[in-house]
Design a protein around this ligand. Structure first.
Ligand code: AVJ
Ligand code: FE
Length: 436
């Protein structure tokens, strides 16, 4: 429309970019320099790679593509191209040392701020409504979550701290609700900063189903463990069973049993497993097996989104379970405000019209679905964000974790990973088909 508020867009772009950079700085300044260049796991990059990659992507999209500037450091593009070098190889590359990586990212940001001050936010699809700025802020925040995973994997003394979520009364609502069958609008064509894989909006038919009102808790998951769930092939898919046997999995990652007690390591601290908290650090195979043991199943991606967005009264899809308002602290556990999920049943202000809680924030939720394009999908602005990952090797996760910033979290936002991955902040809820 003609009356977009350019000044408000400029302010929002600047604020989201600044919020992302503050978090990047926190994550890369709380450990010493040798740790920034070390690799804690072959699954992760050294933190200093993420830092310069963040700056390099910002240079590519905001300085070169949007601003029309020449390359600042064409010599380093290859080093920070995620497709040229797998994570396991990155520590042996001639990466920029920490001080240079910091300076490079800061210099890019300084020039971006100049472009932002004069930018019109319309004209090309890349910059309409500030899309490229939003995309780059989301990219930085996604790498901030990746760096937080690296922090969780590292051993050694605690480097990060954050207050715990507020205590809540024990949740006493229903354990599941019926989501009525019928079509709903999945995906979006209007959310200005939605990424290519969330588009376009389209109608989806969903049969009636029941879905858990909260994510599956550690206590519930422990019942599966103590019932011999990891030793019983009945609950596992063929690939899942092969995977747990080969890798001797017996509990979520970071858990161990000591003197009859279940403990977990969380950001450098060992503590008793809190029974009322959503389970985190389980792979898709574990989530799928738990659901089968419980006589249930994982929700499909469409079921998850309908539970999260459908307003049965108005028969429309909302941006979030609570409505269209941007997330506030009373709605959801987002943004690394806490370094853990909140107890099951928290955030009543964030519940859906049918009473489903914690769909947004706390833990990424595995769905049963493969990562596939929506009808009418168009790769934008590059094939390597989504398109090259479509197919049956990846499972979709929804809803975001405590480590996701609100700029990278929507009712339509899609994440994906291999079904064996569990260093990510992944949990799940279960579903079952309803009577038609
Ligand atoms: C959407 C989280 C799977 O980290 O691999 C970061 C996001 N894409 N840089 C990833 C992403 C390019 C992506 N995930
Ligand atoms: Fe990236």
């Amino acid at each position: 429309s003609a009356d977009i508020d350019i000044e408000a867009l400029r302010q929002r772009a600047l604020t989201t970019l600044t919020t992302a950079r503050d978090r990047t700085t926190l994550l890369t300044s709380c450990v010493d320099e040798p740790e920034l260049t070390a690799q804690v796991s072959p699954l992760m990059s050294p933190l200093v790679w993420d830092l310069a990659h963040i700056g390099n992507q910002e240079e590519l999209w905001l300085l070169r593509a949007v601003g029309g500037r020449d390359a600042m450091r064409p010599d380093i593009d290859g080093l920070y191209d995620a497709f040229e070098h797998p994570r396991s190889e990155r520590p042996s590359l001639p990466l920029l040392p920490p001080a240079e990586a910091r300076q490079y990212a800061a210099e890019v940001r300084g020039r971006v701020t100049d472009i932002l001050a004069s930018h019109a936010f319309r004209g090309t699809r890349l910059t309409d409504l500030g899309f490229a700025f939003g995309m780059v802020a989301q990219h930085e925040q996604q790498h901030d979550e990746t760096m937080l995973i690296t922090h969780q994997l590292r051993t050694g003394p605690q480097a990060l701290t954050a207050p715990d979520p507020d205590p809540v009364p024990l949740y006493t609502g229903p354990s599941e609700v019926l989501v009525p069958g019928g079509p709903f609008t999945m995906g979006t064509s209007t959310e200005p900063w939605a990424l290519d894989n969330e588009r376009p909006a389209h109608r989806r038919e969903v049969a009636p189903f029941y879905i858990d009102t909260t994510p599956v808790t550690n206590g519930a998951y422990l019942a599966f463990i103590e019932d011999g769930g990891y030793d019983d092939p009945r609950w596992w898919t063929r690939e899942g069973w092969a995977h747990v046997r080969r890798n001797s999995l017996t509990a979520p990652e970071f858990w161990r049993r000591e003197a009859g007690q279940w403990l977990r390591r969380r950001f450098g601290v060992t503590e008793a497993v809190p029974l009322n908290e959503p389970v985190v650090h389980v792979c898709w195979y574990e989530a799928d097996a738990y659901a089968r043991w419980a006589g249930r199943r994982l929700p499909t991606e469409a079921e998850w989104e309908k539970a999260a967005r459908h307003d049965p009264t108005a028969d429309r899809s909302m941006r979030y379970p609570w409505g269209d308002a941007d997330p506030a602290p009373e709605h959801a556990n987002l943004g690394q405000r806490h370094l853990r999920p909140a107890p099951a049943g928290s955030y009543p202000a964030g519940e859906s019209p049918l009473g489903v809680r914690q769909l947004i924030g706390d833990v990424w939720e595995w769905t049963s679905s493969d990562f596939l394009p929506y009808p009418g999908f168009k790769a934008f602005p590059y094939k390597e964000y989504s398109e090259v990952f479509f197919g049956p090797e990846y499972k979709v996760l929804r809803g975001g974790s405590f480590a996701v910033d609100e700029v990278a979290c929507r009712g339509t936002f899609r994440n994906w990973d291999y079904p064996i991955r569990r260093q990510i902040f992944s949990g799940f809820r279960t579903a079952r088909s309803g009577a038609v």
